[in-house]
Ligand binder design. Structure first.
Ligand SMILES: NC(=O)c1ccc[n+]([C@@H]2O[C@H](COP(=O)([O-])OP(=O)(O)OC[C@H]3O[C@@H](n4cnc5c(N)ncnc54)[C@H](O)[C@@H]3O)[C@@H](O)[C@H]2O)c1
Length: 423
């Protein structure tokens, strides 16, 4: 008898039916991937602890009107089919102490191991620290004696999606793919070749993991640089966006970044902390990354301080409206949103802070406690800050909506009265 690696009392796995896929986590990343896999003809089961996320994914699939594949969802792990391919797309936030929290990935891989049949592939899509695939994920799959590369297969393909991108969809973005062994890589490639146009295999899982973290660390450092230089160019009386546009005509060695209120969301201010955690463990932390993380976190506070300066040092009792509160334009996502941090900073300094945002329906509690107005014109504020430049805003009207208007983005048109200030 060949050694199957299975414990004698382990339940016999079913044979994986070709074409069945389970997507664990149906959020910003998992839902589009589930839709793309269904569109490619796979029979997709989405699994999310939140049943509403499953219903949203099913409705999105029905709205496509596409045939061929299928997308259904469940929040009951016992209802998961013995699929051939398992994609893990669960959140990887920082905990309250700023440390990476991989508990959802651990739980998702435990679900995979409990339900996946022999011969199936589990692919980590969530952003994790270097070594997570070969460490935590492999250990979860091998805990009952199965071996990765023999009984089950494992790969990592970190998501590179850009939420809110009008050209959206996972198919168009090249997919990095790393695996611990050739059999896993081959199986993962066979899947991804059907749902994406370009697969980029790399030699190890750690290369794929580090490449994802490098991409977002590079963005964070450049975002932090531009946010600081925006203040410097403003002090020099030079319009930042014209400077960046001019520099961007150089055909090599320069990639444009634009000023703002600071990077938010689940990725750019978070992923570098995953890299730092492992770099620190290896005795080689990056001081520049620490500075960029700190500068990004401090950005809303610096804007609040600049506003206070403009009012002679205090904003106590000033009515200040923040226009746009999501972490990026045209996306109704408040995770790590710098404008929300700014609102709390303004309140903390004694201002009467207000906000408006046409993209937000019911705000979460930390925002609901701050007064909201439907339109900037309803607020009669002492000052307005452009928090997020949604397309729905009339920027020229915003620039006239208060006696003082603060622009961290360099987007608002200057006016004859000099009310618009770059910050
Ligand atoms: N949002 C982005 O733009 C983006 C881009 C690239 C990479 N990423 C990475 O992708 C991963 C997922 O991010 P997201 O933005 O889709 O998160 P999300 O919060 O939008 O969605 C995650 C979903 O997973 C579900 N979930 C949590 N734990 C679960 C579990 N144990 N079992 C089943 N479902 C579970 C949640 O209910 C939620 O619906 C993260 O690692 C993130 O850093 C996100």
């Amino acid at each position: 008898m060949p050694d199957t690696g299975l414990r004698p009392d382990a339940p016999l796995p079913a044979i994986a039916p070709a074409g069945e896929v389970v997507v664990i986590g149906l959020g910003y990343v998992g839902r589009p991937l589930a839709l793309e896999a269904a569109a490619a003809g796979f029979l997709v089961t989405g699994f999310d602890l939140c049943a509403a996320a499953g219903r949203t994914a099913e409705a999105a699939w029905q709205a496509t009107g596409r045939r061929g594949g299928r997308l259904r969802s469940t929040s009951d792990p016992a209802a998961l089919p013995p699929a051939a391919t398992w994609l893990v797309c669960v959140p990887t936030p920082l905990d309250a102490a700023g440390r990476p929290d991989l508990s959802a990935v651990a739980a998702a891989f435990a679900t995979c191991r409990a339900r996946m049949p022999r011969g199936a592939l589990a692919c980590l899509v969530s952003t994790c620290q270097p070594g997570a695939t070969n460490g935590l994920c492999r250990a979860a799959l091998e805990q009952d004696g199965w071996r990765v590369g023999r009984d089950v297969f494992l790969a990592v393909s970190p998501e590179r999606e850009n939420p809110g991108d009008a050209q959206g969809g996972p198919r168009r973005i090249a997919r990095l793919l790393g695996a611990p062994d050739p059999a896993s890589l081959a199986q993962a490639r066979a899947f991804w070749d059907r749902v994406t146009d370009t697969v980029v295999p790399v030699a190890t899982p750690e290369i794929a993991e580090c490449a994802k973290l490098l991409e977002n660390s590079y963005r964070l450092v450049n975002v932090a640089l531009m946010d600081q230089l925006h203040a410097a160019f403003a002090a020099l009386g030079v319009p930042t966006r014209d400077v960046v546009a001019a520099a961007a005509t150089k055909p090599f060695g320069f990639a444009p970044f634009w000023p703002g209120l600071g990077a938010g969301g689940h990725c750019i201010p978070v992923d570098p902390a995953f890299l730092q955690m492992e770099a620190r463990r290896a005795g080689a932390p990056s001081r520049l990354l620490d500075l960029a993380l700190a500068a990004n976190e401090a950005r809303p506070g610096r804007v609040a301080a600049a506003i206070a300066d403009a009012f002679g040092g205090s904003i106590e009792g000033r009515r200040i409206l923040v226009a746009g509160v999501t972490y990026k334009p045209d996306v109704a996502d408040l995770r790590g949103a710098a404008p929300v941090a700014l609102l709390h900073g303004l309140r903390g300094a004694g201002a009467e802070a207000l906000w408006c945002d046409p993209l937000i329906g019911d705000p979460p509690p930390d925002l609901a406690e701050i007064p909201r107005v439907a339109h900037p014109a309803d607020a009669a504020p002492d000052a307005l800050v452009l928090g997020t430049p949604h397309r729905a805003f009339d920027l020229a009207a915003l620039a006239r909506a208060a006696p003082l208007v603060f622009d961290p983005f360099g987007l608002l048109p200057a006016d004859a009265e000099g009310r618009v200030r770059a910050v």
